[in-house]
Design a protein around this ligand. Structure first.
Ligand code: PEP
Ligand code: MG
Length: 595
């Protein structure tokens, strides 16, 4: 569990401090911290119709609840810290929580909404300004400190209320390292990997989409480093070590030298794999394994081409819906998909329909739906799409238009029943009929429709899902999360997220065998597919189609070229008889060192 920090004196009297978090994306970066706690937000004021005042008050209440959850989570982290800093933070967060309960700030904002009929964020802003004026007039140091606390709570509330995706993300100075309380997948989608060199955050786990996007963008990342809340100042020099999960603040010259050396060695090792790019992924005994790329953002496409990927095994289409208040039009979607699909030529591209929900919100789709309804167990993935059939139809139309004379497949996320597949296929057929009636060209035949197997119930009924669909893609990230009841994006339970748990492996095996029996293609596209430690196990389970972050393709290919698939299959059979994940890990590692 990330916790301890140590301090040493440098010759110049600056303290070097090491913070421990979770290694979320590999790589080492040395640069200046660009701290993004509580960023300034412009508040727009507008009139709200009398009939909508209740809705506006509900928005304020919902924001107060979100703020309460955020602060409680920060407080839990602070409680785990050693020493007085942790105690002080716990105390401070108590004060923030009290302010959310029934303070002048919240009460005042409510009255302003009711009496002046304005939007909630502007009401919070107005009430804060009024309080600030009164407090400043008192010229008392204690009161001034309280005002800072109220400012913190007010900006948090405004930030939640505004969460305006349309706002330009703050620019990070070139080479800067973003340090934040929390980074959402939507924040990651706005990062320019050319100017940012790494990210570090106090919250977040290693398997959430924030971590996945950091890996996809090639940015070293350390998440879940609780002490960061108090430990880093703007523009301080820091090192992010995404291999060990450490953040070093104010490094000494000797530390910098040591990390520069490690950085150079790692880069050399990565370059050594470049020569494999156009080699087939063929095992020692001649088995060909298909290696595909997972794509979350169009900026990754150059890297995908460089990696030698044979196609895109998973295009997470959520990015198109993030950081905006409206739903992208069909033409817009066509233009964005075209950027990705055209790079791959006639290679296969598997486009997953929207997987919004869980940690990935899309404001435009959620306006009518309560936040709780789109939790990880709520209206996520295909459920949200089926609840918004027009949005799904538009997405299908865009995919069909892009798929003409191309090799495109459609993938449905979070499926649990054949009925969901049938309903989605019906909407797809309607979209195709509409396009035909409009004289717009269609792919012939229509693209295959597959399902993600990422819910235990889907894995256990893989036989019936295989009859309803054309292919499977195993999503081991969510399959692990839902099987073990471990939130993949939560740093508190990151140590419990274990894809080697026999329950998860059995579900992967069960699914693979069901697909092989039904003679439909099956791939795996969770993070396990991009880790060479597990390559032999996956091949041994019968998976010959792996999709992963593009930059991992060369190392996986190297592992495949060293492997004998018969030996891998025999070892996997022994592994599948085990009931203890520790023993399974040992048997994998033993096999990897020998073969
Ligand atoms: C998965 O769940 O394994 C998967 C590939 O989908 P995502 O990570 O986008 O949820
Ligand atoms: Mg998933």
């Amino acid at each position: 569990m990330p916790k301890k920090s140590q301090a040493i004196e440098t010759p110049r009297g600056k303290r070097e401090r090491t913070f421990k978090g979770l290694a979320a994306a590999p790589g080492i970066a040395i640069g200046k911290a660009y701290v993004r706690f509580g960023r300034h937000i412009e508040v727009q004021e507008y009139v709200v119709a009398k009939t909508k005042i209740r809705g506006e008050l509900k928005r304020l209440d919902a924001a107060v609840n979100v703020a309460r959850r955020q602060i409680t989570s920060l407080q839990e982290r602070a409680a785990g810290m050693r020493g007085t800093t942790g105690d002080e933070l716990v105390f401070l967060f108590d004060a923030y929580l009290a302010m959310l309960d029934d303070s002048r700030l919240v009460r005042g904002a409510r009255s302003i909404i009711e009496e002046e009929c304005i939007n909630a964020e502007a009401a919070v802003q107005r009430e804060f300004t009024a309080l600030a004026k009164r407090f400043e007039a008192m010229k008392d140091a204690y009161i001034a400190a309280r005002l800072d606390d109220i400012r913190e709570v007010a900006s948090r509330l405004i930030g939640i209320l505004v969460r305006s995706p349309a706002n330009e993300p703050p620019k990070t100075p070139k080479g800067g390292i973003i340090v934040a309380e929390q980074l959402s997948p939507a924040d990651m989608a706005q990062i320019d990997p050319e100017s940012v060199s790494a990210v570090a955050a106090a919250l977040g786990g290693t398997e959430g989409h924030t971590a996945i996007m950091a890996r996809a963008l090639g940015l070293p990342a350390v998440l879940g480093a609780a002490d960061l809340l108090v430990g880093v100042e703007q523009s301080q020099q820091i090192i992010v070590d995404g291999y060990s999960g450490k953040i070093i603040v104010n490094p000494t010259p000797a530390t910098i030298k040591r990390f520069e050396k490690r950085q150079a060695e790692k880069q050399k090792r990565t370059r050594a794999l470049d020569s494999l790019r156009f080699e087939p992924a063929q095992s020692r005994d001649g088995t060909i394994i298909q290696l595909m790329a997972n794509v979350e953002l169009p900026v990754e496409m150059e890297n995908v081409k460089q990696s030698g990927a044979e196609g895109v095994g998973l295009l997470r289409s959520e990015f198109m819906f993030m950081n905006r208040d409206d739903i992208p039009s069909e033409d817009e979607q066509v233009a964005i998909l075209e950027q990705i699909v055209s790079v791959m030529g006639m290679q296969s591209v598997t486009i997953r329909t929207l997987d919004i929900g869980g940690e990935k919100p899309a404001p435009a789709l959620l306006t009518e739906i309560d936040e709780a309804a789109v939790s990880a167990l709520g209206l996520r993935g295909i459920r949200l799409s089926l609840a918004n059939p027009d949005t799904l139809r538009t997405q299908f139309r865009a995919i069909l238009r892009v798929g003409v004379k191309r090799n495109v497949r459609i993938l449905l996320p979070m499926v649990t029943t054949p009925g969901e597949v049938k309903r989605a296929k019906k909407i797809l057929n309607e979209a195709a009929d509409e396009l035909m009636a409009e004289g717009i060209a269609l792919p012939d035949p229509l693209p295959p429709v597959g399902v993600m197997i990422e819910v235990p119930g889907a894995a256990l009924t893989a036989d019936s899902l295989a009859r309803a669909s054309d292919f499977f893609a195993i999503g081991s990230n969510d399959l692990t999360m839902y099987t073990l009841a471990v939130d993949r994006a939560n740093e508190h339970v990151a140590h419990l997220f274990n894809t080697l748990h026999p329950a998860v492996l059995r579900l992967i095996q069960f699914t693979t065998q069901a697909a092989l029996r039904a003679r439909i293609p099956v791939s795996i596209c969770g993070e396990i597919a991009g880790d060479p430690r597990y390559t032999a196990l996956l091949i041994g389970l019968g998976l010959h189609d792996l999709s992963m972050t593009a930059s991992n393709i060369p190392i996986i290919k190297k592992r495949i070229m060293e492997l004998d698939t018969l030996a891998a299959t025999q070892r996997t059979q022994q592994i599948m008889e085990q009931t203890d994940s520790g023993r399974i890990a040992m048997m994998i590692d033993d096999f990897n060192t020998l073969a």
